[in-house]
Design a protein around this ligand. Structure first.
Ligand code: URA
Length: 228
């Protein structure tokens, strides 16, 4: 938003009044006097005028270990949500950067910075997501091949990127996919009549769950906050 617009809205001023107000050096952006109404104000810029804070948002970035049973939503009438697990006064400001279904556990990112969440979830970015998968029946080599070749999702009109498939046992694998379609992993296995009985997300791009316990969360480090 332009600075003059913010001044007009905050003080119910007309454009001429706002221009004079700015010219009189009444307004500070991030601690520095700003006289130009055309200055663009970012979501997290701090704006003050005559000892009144007009805008002050702190960017927040959390990595949460979502337990099974918790829903990836900000509100839900029936179930506990990921937001309910965040014991911070600003929890309600957060939104999810990518969801997990209720029966899937693992890494979710919560933030109030929409440029960060967009960078993590934009389909064109093809950010890798790695899952530990346990199935109800044996995983045949043709299944592994199909995942590695990519699969057509007719409903979405998308062929998945070749997945990275690491067979860890007859019914267990580590799988990396590059999209985030609804119930994607479960739907991919169901093509072969295989049900996923446990699904756990270990990483998204450069973000790793590590040994964070289920239900716990931590802030992203400065390095982790760099957009992919
Ligand atoms: N694939 C699924 O089936 N569920 C998830 O939550 C994520 C990927």
């Amino acid at each position: 938003m332009r600075l003059d617009r913010l001044i007009q809205l905050s003080f119910r001023m007309g454009s001429k009044e706002a221009r004079i107000f700015l010219a009189r050096r009444n307004v500070q952006v991030n601690g520095n006097v700003e006289v130009h109404g055309s200055a663009q104000i970012g979501h997290f810029d701090r704006v003050e005028a005559r000892n009144t804070v007009l805008q002050a948002r702190v960017p927040r970035y959390l990595l949460l270990h979502k337990p099974v049973g918790v829903v990836s939503a900000t509100t839900d009438l029936l179930h506990q949500t990921v937001i309910d697990l965040i014991r911070e006064p600003w929890a309600s400001e957060l939104h999810l950067a990518g969801r997990l279904d209720r029966f899937t556990s693992g890494l979710v990112v919560l933030t109030n910075d929409s440029s960060f969440s967009t960078a993590l979830t934009l389909p064109q970015k093809k950010v890798p997501k790695t899952y530990l998968v346990t199935t109800d029946s044996d995983i045949a080599s043709e299944v592994v091949e199909a995942f590695k070749n990519g699969m057509l999702f007719a409903k979405e009109g998308v062929t998945t990127e070749p997945a990275i498939f690491d067979l860890l046992g007859n019914r267990c694998c580590r799988l990396t996919i590059f999209e985030g379609k609804h119930h994607q992993v479960k739907r991919m296995f169901l093509r072969f009549g295989i049900r996923v009985v446990a699904l756990h997300r270990e990483s998204i791009g450069h973000l790793h769950l590590g040994d964070l316990a289920a239900g716990d969360y931590r802030e992203l480090t400065a390095e982790e906050r760099l957009v992919p």
